[in-house]
Ligand binder design. Structure first.
Ligand code: SF4
Ligand code: SF4
Ligand code: FES
Length: 259
């Protein structure tokens, strides 16, 4: 199906004025409605857009003015909440962080494709069921574990000790890494890079006493040893976290029994 901004089957309201400098972009979206579709299908929408628009703006335009049934997840719209991960031109990205001008540069291309992230069940259109992802996250105990008496003051940590796990504190649980991992695509039981990143964040925290438990969990057949070091996860991370390096550090901690 191709819908245009001018001829709007299912339109939800009057069109906003087309801004000066707008170009027409064809947005191809992989859609699936479990109530009517046996298989996913592609819909195309011709949308006026500015190079400074983000992909999320285009999705909003489609949802608000062309087809209100389009389903996707988003919240903050500023790269903070991690809820709008999707495959944009075949690459996992946050829709709110990708500018159109960065997609249209090559060959003056005016078509972009958007699909749900891979490896998780699709609920509808771009909306996936994140539960398997969060199940793996919860399984690595992503919180401070301590034993013994409660301290009477805050737990002191040196700057150097804090630095040790600084990178992995930046995770926003968007799932871009895990759903770009070829191992995860074929072995859904693999914990996946995001869970390992969040285990790393506490394993290397000098205040934490649960490192051994987490390392035991990740030594499992579905743990870190499944990683083939292909770096897809690092490339996909919108926070710039050195995901594969974190996985390697956890492997090393297991091998040398030292954190
Ligand atoms: S480096 Fe490991 S976890 Fe990351 S994408 Fe490759 S196999 Fe998956
Ligand atoms: S490590 Fe990066 S890509 Fe993976 S869930 Fe966290 S923020 Fe997203
Ligand atoms: S909507 Fe929150 S990160 Fe994109």
């Amino acid at each position: 199906m191709t819908a245009t901004a001018e001829t709007t089957a299912g339109s939800r309201g009057s069109q906003p004025p087309v801004p000066d400098g707008a170009v027409t972009v064809t947005v191809k979206i992989r859609r699936f409605n479990p109530e009517v579709d046996d298989e996913p299908r592609w819909d195309s929408f011709d949308i006026p857009a500015l190079p400074s628009d983000r992909v999320l703006n285009l999705l909003h335009h489609i949802k608000w003015y062309v087809d209100g049934t389009l389903t996707f997840r988003r919240s903050c719209a500023h790269g903070i909440c991690g809820s709008d991960a999707m495959r944009i031109n075949g690459v996992n990205r946050l829709a709110c962080k990708v500018l159109l001008k960065d997609l249209l540069l090559k060959d003056k291309q005016t078509t972009i494709t958007i699909e749900p992230i891979k490896g998780l069940p699709v609920n509808k259109d771009l909306l996936v069921d994140m539960e398997p992802f969060f199940e793996a996250f919860r399984a690595v105990k992503p919180y401070l574990v301590t034993y013994g008496n409660e301290p009477t003051r805050e737990r002191i940590q040196s700057v150097a000790d804090r630095e040790r796990f600084d990178d992995t504190t930046k995770c926003i649980l968007c799932a871009c890494c895990t759903t770009s991992c070829p191992v995860y695509w074929t072995e859904g039981s693999y914990f996946g890079p995001a869970a390992i990143v969040n285990a790393h964040r506490f394993i290397f925290d000098s205040r934490d006493e649960g490192a051994e438990e987490r390392l035991d969990i990740l030594n499992d057949v579905d743990g870190v040893w499944r990683c083939r070091t292909t770096f897809n996860c690092t490339d996909a991370c919108p926070r710039g976290i050195q995901v594969t390096k974190a996985i390697q550090e956890v492997k090393r901690a297991l091998l040398f029994k030292r954190v």
